[in-house]
Design a binder for this molecule. Structure first.
Ligand code: HPA
Length: 278
């Protein structure tokens, strides 16, 4: 709690607005952060108790300001378990966002498509997740100040926010898939056998992030919206091997469509019943 307060106090001191929406930008989407108006940018390494992020394609900084008329705090770059970070480290920023006053968390990521109806470049609103990371960020003593011991996960991805995303996509003429995201530890990609198993279990897309952040956000009573960019088809769905380059290339190709959807959704969030954290 003390670490969370120290980090939040340092950020609050620097920023001019109180952010209501947290936005996590996945690989390739970082450019959207440059559209934030009256932006205050704080590199992660300057924030007390924040770790430094290392993965290629992820700059590590917070950008606080106004985007599509909303007071936002943007995480440009996130922490992954496969980098060797602990669950606590990966989710620490979510605790800090809550302390800053964030009520809605908008998470984006890149994911491999398991559902054969998907194509690389598709966008998918996450309706639920399966945690295959073998760990949970809430393991250990529970601090009741942060949230309940046994948080409900039956509506982890807020149905109203999902509907909003679908309405905005329809208005923009952007096709938006819906599906279940399975979170894995990585960093090796999955085997074809694993992907067949995930498909049989009802999973539509696979990735190496998001699940820890969503669990902690729900613990903290933050409403969550998640959108994946299907950057490649998962292992064994197509004959060719997977590569990080393909993931980055697809991100580059669809980033404008993705950014437009994010801007449009944010715009519509102004009408959202403020303060209603369930
Ligand atoms: N598997 C896991 N994580 C990913 C993938 C994938 O195929 N693509 C992008 N992130």
């Amino acid at each position: 709690m003390e670490k969370i307060r120290e980090a939040a106090a340092m950020i609050t001191e620097k920023c001019l607005i109180q952010p209501r929406i947290g936005l996590i930008l996945g690989s390739g989407l970082g450019g959207l952060a440059s559209e934030v108006q009256d932006a205050v940018t704080i590199p992660y390494r300057q924030i007390p108790h924040f770790p430094d992020s290392t993965v290629i394609g992820h700059e590590g900084q917070l950008v606080i300001g106004t985007l599509s008329e909303q007071p936002v705090v943007v995480m440009q770059g996130r922490f992954h378990l496969y980098e060797g970070h602990s669950m606590e480290t990966v989710t620490f920023p979510i605790r800090v966002l809550k302390e800053l006053g964030v009520e809605i968390l908008f998470i984006t990521n890149a994911a491999g498509g398991i559902n054969k109806k998907f194509q690389p470049g598709d966008l998918m609103v996450i309706k639920d997740h399966v945690n295959m990371m073998g760990r949970n960020p809430l393991v250990g003593p529970n601090d009741e100040q942060l949230g309940p011991r046994f948080p409900d996960m039956s509506q982890a991805y807020d149905p109203e926010l999902r509907k909003l995303a679908e309405q905005v996509a329809a208005k923009q003429g952007t096709e938006l898939q819906t599906g279940v995201y399975v979170g894995v530890l990585g960093p090796s990609y999955e085997t074809p056998a694993e992907i067949r198993m995930f498909g049989q279990l009802g999973c539509d897309a696979v990735g190496m992030s998001t699940v820890p952040e969503v669990i902690v956000a729900r613990h903290a009573g933050i409403r969550v919206l998640g959108v994946s960019c299907i950057s490649n088809m998962a292992a064994g769905i197509l004959p060719q091997p997977l590569s990080h380059e393909e993931v980055m290339e697809t991100g580059e190709r669809v980033k404008e469509k993705f950014a437009r959807l994010i801007r449009g959704i944010l715009q519509e969030m102004s009408g959202f019943n403020q303060g209603r954290c369930s």
